[in-house]
Write a protein that binds this ligand. Structure first.
Ligand code: Q46
Ligand code: ZN
Ligand code: ZN
Length: 309
């Protein structure tokens, strides 16, 4: 297998793009493509201040690496969830995020959920669900609240997350088989802020396969946490990813085409009425000032009240 650009030894073959590249050209190709997506979806400009949500994993650290390489002003935000799972998952991911920031002279905001709210994510979940179910819904709600609040309070222009194509295709698949039209209307590489307390959100890696990001992180020698969060095991999203991988093995490019065809259909007006509906129905939480679809308090503030009861 030879690199298409220089004829040297290729380290990756991307069947969906009919493209093989050597280390050097692969490490150039990923940032070039990222820049293309940033421009295509009008994500941000060099004047914008970007907050990157960093988890210590390959995608978010690679995203931060790529954005700074491309010359963007990007700071990081790490949220400590207090998840141990027997392998010190949160401690290790925080350590690797801090190490990454320090080695490159970048600034990283750290918010600790246990310090700020008096309980770890699994503890919060036990209190709200009374021991039933996984902590993922509590975790997602908490992370979204903190990310938005930190980005708005520190006057960033945009919040960037490291979701890759496999993440986006799995979400799309789950929403499609259940025809979750509200969620489908909101799924996009760019989520505009339709409320003063809401931050714009972008996903610059949404067109890269997970294996492409893993290859990038390894070849770029980024030290990241290999283990998944212990609560991700057995999740629906991993199951959907496996199904999509089976499809991809038979039909290279199927995942990318599933996602891109969806974006095209949305551009052509699919779910347009649903998006307008969502935009007009946002209120302000009486307690924290963040946008909410519910009248009165937002879901996060209601959850914190329930935990402290
Ligand atoms: S939601 Fe669930 Fe993730 Fe939170 S508890 Fe772990 S698996 S980290 S993306
Ligand atoms: Zn080459
Ligand atoms: Zn609130």
């Amino acid at each position: 297998m030879k690199c298409r650009k220089c004829g040297g030894k290729a380290v990756i073959n991307m069947r969906q793009h009919k493209l093989s590249l050597c280390t050097e050209h692969y490490l150039d190709w990923i940032p070039e493509q990222t820049e293309r997506f940033i421009t295509k979806y009008r994500m941000f400009s060099p004047q914008d201040r970007i907050l990157v949500a960093v988890s210590g994993g390959k995608d978010s650290l690679s995203l931060w690496d790529i954005l700074t390489q491309l010359g963007y002003q990007a700071d990081g935000l790490y949220i400590g969830l207090g998840i141990d799972g027997g392998n010190g998952y949160s401690d290790l991911s925080q350590h690797l995020s801090e190490q990454f920031a320090e080695s490159r002279g970048l600034s990283l905001h750290v918010v600790s959920v246990p310090e700020e709210f008096g309980a770890t994510i699994p503890e919060m979940s036990t209190r709200t669900l009374r021991g039933k179910g996984k902590p993922c819904s509590v975790c997602g709600l908490t992370k979204r609240h903190i990310m938005n609040r930190m980005a708005v309070e520190s006057s960033y222009d945009v919040l960037a997350t490291g979701h890759n194509l496999d993440d986006e295709a799995a979400v799309l698949f789950g929403n499609t088989i259940n025809w979750q039209t509200g969620f489908l209307a909101r799924q996009s590489p760019v989520l505009e802020a339709h409320h003063p307390g809401l931050m714009r959100k972008v996903k610059p890696l949404c067109r890269f396969y997970e294996r492409e990001m893993a290859a990038y992180a390894i070849l770029q020698k980024i030290e990241y946490v290999y283990e998944e969060c212990p609560y991700a095991i057995g999740s629906k999203s991993i199951y959907y990813k496996e199904l999509l991988n089976q499809l991809e093995a038979e039909r290279p490019g199927a995942k990318l085409s599933f996602y891109l065809s969806f974006l095209k259909a949305k551009d052509e007006g699919l779910f347009a009425s649903k998006s307008t509906q969502d935009r007009t129905s946002l209120n302000t939480c009486h307690n924290c000032g963040q946008p909410t679809t519910a009248p009165g308090e937002c879901a996060f503030c209601r959850m914190i009240t329930a935990i402290n009861r």
